[in-house]
Design a protein around this ligand. Structure first.
Ligand code: F6R
Length: 360
């Protein structure tokens, strides 16, 4: 049941510290600076040259996040919408790894793309929550995120767990390609180990309900971010539109001035995600929206320069860029939740949507 919570979504948002603890259990060894993924021992990916990540919806945003982790670690990687794959897939060679990211493991679009990748000779892995799912059976290997059941139609804890597992898997792949572990692996593993507590603290102190209250009657909601923060902006907007039924869009911070700025008015709050990836530029982009009257809500650590510039802010604990976006995402999940609650929406079962989309 929902226990002390009014909705499964809020319960599942609060389950993230536990979900991440389960995801990481036995899979990292921060003391020795080692990744310990049982089915992916060092050497597993030595023959891999490039990676394609395929997924839909929220899982696509996790895939995008994972593709950036891989690119930043020096591996050729692209995130692709599974429903576009049959008409636009890049060439597959026998040194291509295809990672199907799917919470349910039953999404028809994603299964079709996975089947195509299998047929074309790729090595395939699925990152999924459901043991025994079709994706888990059909991919060469499965990496389970162990988030526990997710009942709310809006994916929350599973996004965080997918992103964390893709970060680990990505570093494993990068280490194999380079023949040595990344230089900053120890820091990353220590921060991963600290994630559950960081999220628990954030959940306790969040002002997301007050922010949702302040801006709940706006016309449109924009979310901007850079790098890993861009995937978080996209996810923030998807969650918001899905459960509030209000218009929300995510943009790469630098894209605002290439068109979307025409939509910006005092009625369009802009949530700006700061992940330590060229934050100065994102701040400048946010200020351009502010000049047009839009309130800017910065999602950033305390003491960040954006706090002084923005109209409001949501605080995240200080972390390396690899993980800061995931903390920001939790704040945005809460904003969506509280905004939907104020608007009286059926949060766990938004209209027209199903938890698992088994048709093309
Ligand atoms: C949004 C949401 C959907 C799913 C998408 C893929 O909150 O839940 O966008 O992420 O339908 O589902 P899975 O991950 O089961 O393949």
């Amino acid at each position: 049941g929902k226990g002390e919570f009014d909705h499964f979504m809020l319960k599942e948002i609060h389950e993230q510290p536990t979900a991440l603890t389960q995801a990481l259990e036995g899979r990292i060894d921060p003391e020795h600076g080692r990744i310990a993924l049982a089915d992916f021992e060092p050497g597993t990916f030595t023959d891999i040259e490039s990676v394609q990540l395929i997924a839909c919806g929220t899982s696509y945003h996790a895939a995008l996040y994972g593709s950036l982790v891989l690119n930043q670690a020096g591996v050729h990687a692209t995130a692709l919408l599974a429903n576009e794959y049959s008409v636009s897939s890049p060439p597959i060679d026998d040194d291509t790894l295809v990672i199907a990211v799917t919470q349910s493991g039953e999404t028809a679009d994603t299964l079709n793309a996975l089947r195509q990748a299998n047929a074309e000779g790729a090595t395939t892995v699925t990152v999924t929550n459901v043991v025994g799912s079709t994706a888990a059976r059909e991919a060469d290997e499965a990496l389970f995120i162990r988030a526990g059941p997710e009942i709310g139609v809006a994916a929350t804890k599973t996004f965080s767990s997918q992103a964390v597992m893709l970060t680990l898997l990505g570093q494993r792949i990068a280490a194999d390609l380079r023949g040595e572990p990344p230089a900053d692996l120890e820091t990353l593993l220590a921060e991963l180990a600290a994630m559950p507590d960081a999220i628990a603290g954030l959940l306790e102190d969040s002002d997301a309900d007050a922010i949702a209250d302040r801006y709940a009657n706006s016309q449109s909601y924009f979310f901007i971010g850079r790098g890993l923060g861009f995937s978080v902006a996209l996810e923030g907007a998807l969650k918001f539109k899905e459960i509030t039924y209000e218009h929300a869009e995510g943009f790469a911070s630098g894209e605002l001035k290439h068109g979307p700025l025409a939509l910006v008015t005092p009625e369009t709050p802009v949530f700006a995600v700061f992940t330590g990836e060229e934050d100065e530029k994102t701040l400048k982009n946010a200020e351009e929206a502010q000049t047009r009257g839009a309130p800017v809500i910065a999602v950033c650590p305390a003491g960040h320069r954006a706090v002084d510039v923005a109209d409001d802010h949501l605080e995240i604990p200080e972390m390396e860029a690899d993980l800061a976006g995931l903390l920001a995402n939790v704040q945005l999940q809460l904003v969506s939740y509280y905004a939907a609650e104020l608007l009286g929406r059926p949060i766990d079962k938004p209209r027209n949507l199903a938890k698992s989309v088994t048709v093309e």
